[in-house]
Design a protein. Structure first.
Length: 249
């Protein structure tokens, strides 16, 4: 009567081979192929699985080991560079790659376990703090800002608008003159500032479709700076001029 033995479950033939190498404390670069093949064959003989797909993977590796075992008994082949080829080389590379990914999976598993132990606290900002609005200081709003800098951006945008003119269609002339008023543009700027909160002065002007729109938009910006509804800041010389709405949404 035989003694029942419970075999370890392995994820595949490479997992089994790696287990045998570590169990026997074998150098993975110098595998005793005869000994490992014998232990491997003993294991698959005792496998209880009836899954042909799983069994076929282990049998394929068994045939590979037997093939390597036969090549080890024959004279070693020499490559074009005059070096002897090791029949185990391809198997060693597969084992090293599998070992690397296996330990990487262990690391990811440990990180997931540690992440599940973390708990996050919901925000608890007092209503008085969340609704606080910083007082508007015109001196701070206009700090470092001059009309000369605004004019430089204005001139640059005008040059870009001229570059967008169609050289052929521009000669056709205008059929109807487009008019825009300052209150209308201020109203547009109010809505734009509420929607974007912080935006570039250059981008605002580039969105305008004609020179008259650019001019009136420029005047609208100056008017809203005067009333303190927007803050205009330029951190460094030649850097972007940023506009921030001071009105809560």
């Amino acid at each position: 009567m035989g003694i029942p033995v419970k075999l370890e479950a392995f994820e595949g033939p490479l997992d089994l081979l790696l287990h045998l190498i570590e169990k026997n404390k074998i150098d993975i670069y110098d595998i005793p192929i005869v000994e490992i093949t014998n232990q491997y064959m003993d294991y698959i003989r005792d496998m209880e699985t009836k899954d042909l797909n799983v069994m076929s993977e282990f049998l394929l590796m068994a045939s590979t080991l037997l093939d390597i075992k036969c090549k080890m008994l024959l004279p070693k082949e020499v490559n074009e560079e005059g070096e002897e080829e090791d029949p185990r080389q391809e198997l060693v590379e597969q084992l090293l790659q599998y070992k690397m990914y296996k330990y990487m999976s262990y690391e990811l598993r440990d990180r997931q376990i540690e992440g599940e132990r973390l708990m996050f606290r919901a925000p608890s900002i007092p209503k008085e703090v969340s609704e606080y609005t910083e007082p508007v200081d015109l001196d701070v709003l206009l700090d470092g800002m001059t009309l000369a800098k605004l004019k430089a951006v204005y001139n640059e945008v005008l040059k870009r608008q001229e570059g967008k003119i169609d050289p052929i269609r521009s000669k056709f002339g205008r059929i109807e003159k487009e008019e825009v008023e300052l209150p209308e543009k201020i109203s547009f700027l109010h809505q734009y500032a509420k929607a974007h909160k912080t935006f570039s002065f250059r981008q605002l002007l580039e969105r305008q479709k004609s020179k008259i729109h650019i001019v009136v938009t420029f005047l609208a910006v100056l008017e809203m700076m005067k009333t303190g509804e927007i803050r205009v800041v330029q951190e460094n010389t030649f850097s972007e001029i940023m506009i921030t709405s001071t009105v809560c949404r």
